[in-house]
Design a binder for this molecule. Structure first.
Ligand code: AHR
Length: 522
């Protein structure tokens, strides 16, 4: 007999999830059906993008130690960090901010290192910005890790001319004065800029602009911020909504619908953090199950946000030409005690790993509209992949999830149907299981499974996918707040997992609070 669980019946768009299809057996095993004959959109690799702002120890110490540092480096960029990031196949890196971008003046970050002026970073601790990591160093960094460049231009305190000059400096191959200056600074050939953000949070730290005022700026910047590198196309990303507020979405998309030959953009930015409450007070470690459940509930609101803004975008752009770009997302928690104010340093636990997986799954389910996303932030800031302390680095649980999800980059989404069950803690009710599937470019079928429940193991039967074997990795932890530290760097680390079909079943057992990614073989 089959038990039907209806509380959270999960299916992908266009798939009629019948009760009979989504079932669990008497022993609690959940059957996962992979709808291989109903492939969906491509999961753009750019949804696994990252964000490196001049904030705290994100860039300085995290990426840049300078060429004279005793820490092993290549042209000032730390080798250990580059090696770790290469494993993630990071598709793009957003830089220089964030709020920092709207006070950044690119000219201060070019030329001989010793001659660069010290400026201030008023957004983030009011510290000195040495400008030793500028355009050339950032481009070197993304080239070293194999990523594409996503730059944000200064709309808040800059000018359209400053933005136009930056683009000309970077991208022209003509012998203009700016290109000649670039050559003098050691770069004869043009850089490739893949993405250009026209401002950042223009509704807030980026100038507190009304939607209509921003639209008037957007038209000007989108017109004059030209890419001259014909061999390297550039896509422009407009500022969009702050969380659930739809004012920018309406105004910017309406303007896009009325665009003409002189200006255009390709993406609309959405920023939404998993905060719980503002200012961020949820602890990064030492928290209990209530804080766990509340924060997972908060992160699952990404689904509703994408639907809300996606519906408005559909109204103005039914063909889905404009991407929804979630270029700031992740857990924003109480800072690590003893760290500098404004540096946004926080530890990273198994809960962060689950938050990362659930957001990836959400983006993948909306792959037809969400074609780019950037976790905030890459190193030492907010939900980081890597923490550094002098010459040491530690890979966080969030790092491991990124690595496990590499097979989903540019894979084709495949709907899955399963009875998610429910996990209840106090007044919070969540789906117990989340899952996605995709077929990679080599035809291999992958499944990612998250067991949200911190108390129960769950059996998943994958036999309905027609596979004989499942093999991959699982990320579990002794406790939901387990972290990796410089002294114990492998408390949370992926382990191999595999299952073979027997008696018509192919059962994987998911540990409590775990993420599992497996390939299915015939
Ligand atoms: O990621 C930290 C900050 O959060 C960014 O600078 C800003 O864009 C957002 O408010």
């Amino acid at each position: 007999m089959k038990l039907i669980r209806t509380l959270f019946l999960v299916s992908a768009w266009g798939v009629a999830a019948t009760a009979a299809a989504a079932a669990s057996s008497d022993d609690g095993t959940v059957t996962l059906r992979v709808m291989v004959d109903q492939p969906g959109a491509k999961i753009d690799r750019n949804i696994f993008g990252q964000f490196a702002e001049h904030l705290g120890r994100g860039v300085y110490e995290g990426i840049w130690v300078g060429p004279d540092s005793p820490i092993a480096n290549t042209r000032g960029i730390r080798n250990d960090v580059v090696a770790a990031l290469k494993e993630l196949h990071v598709p793009n890196v957003r830089w220089p901010g964030g709020c920092f971008a709207d006070e950044y003046h690119w000219r201060k970050g070019i030329g001989p290192l010793a001659q660069r002026p010290a400026t201030l970073n008023p957004n983030w601790g009011g510290v000195i910005e040495p400008n030793t990591f500028g355009t050339h160093e950032f481009m070197d960094f993304v080239q070293q890790i194999g990523a594409e460049a996503y730059l944000s231009v200064n709309v808040g305190s800059g000018t359209p001319q400053e933005s136009a000059d930056w683009l000309e400096y970077m991208t022209t191959s003509q012998p203009s004065a700016l290109a000649t200056e670039r050559l003098r600074n050691g770069r004869p050939e043009p850089f490739g800029v893949s993405f250009l953000g026209i401002g950042n949070e223009s509704w807030g730290c980026g100038g507190s602009m009304t939607p209509d005022y921003y639209v008037s700026q957007l038209r000007i910047y989108a017109r004059y911020s030209r890419n001259y590198n014909a061999g390297h196309p550039m896509r422009k990303i407009a500022v969009g909504p702050d969380g659930a507020d739809t004012g920018y979405t309406e105004a910017v998309m309406k303007a896009w619908q009325g665009r003409n030959w002189s200006w255009d953009f390709d993406g609309l930015s959405l920023h939404s953090y998993t905060v719980g409450k503002w200012p961020p007070t949820y602890r990064a470690t030492g928290f209990g199950e209530a804080e766990y459940a509340q924060l997972i509930e908060a992160t699952l609101r990404m689904e509703g946000l994408i639907r809300t803004h996606g519906a408005i975008m559909d109204k103005y752009d039914p063909d889905k030409k404009v991407s929804l770009v979630v270029d700031e997302w992740g857990a924003w928690l109480a800072p690590t005690p003893g760290t500098k104010e404004g540096f946004l340093e926080q530890q990273n636990s198994q809960r962060d790993a689950i938050i990362a997986a659930l957001n990836f799954n959400t983006f993948a389910r909306h792959a037809d509209r969400v074609r780019m996303a950037n976790i905030a932030q890459m190193i030492n800031v907010l939900q980081a992949m890597i923490l550094t302390k002098d010459e040491k680095i530690v890979l966080t649980p969030t790092y491991h999830v990124h690595r496990m999800y590499v097979p989903f980059q540019d894979a084709t989404f495949v709907p899955v149907v399963f009875a998610a069950g429910s996990y209840v803690h106090e007044n919070v009710t969540l789906p117990r299981i989340d899952a996605i599937s995709a077929r990679d470019k080599n035809g291999k079928l992958w499944v990612a499974l998250t067991n949200i429940d911190p108390r129960r193991r769950v059996q998943i039967d994958l036999a309905a996918a027609g596979a004989k074997r499942a093999a991959g990795q699982t990320l579990s932890a002794p406790a939901i707040d387990s972290v990796n530290t410089f002294d114990a760097p492998a408390t949370v680390a992926p382990k191999p997992i595999a299952a073979k079909s027997a008696k018509g079943r192919l059962v994987l057992e998911l540990a409590p609070q775990s993420i599992t990614v497996v390939a299915l073989d015939q």
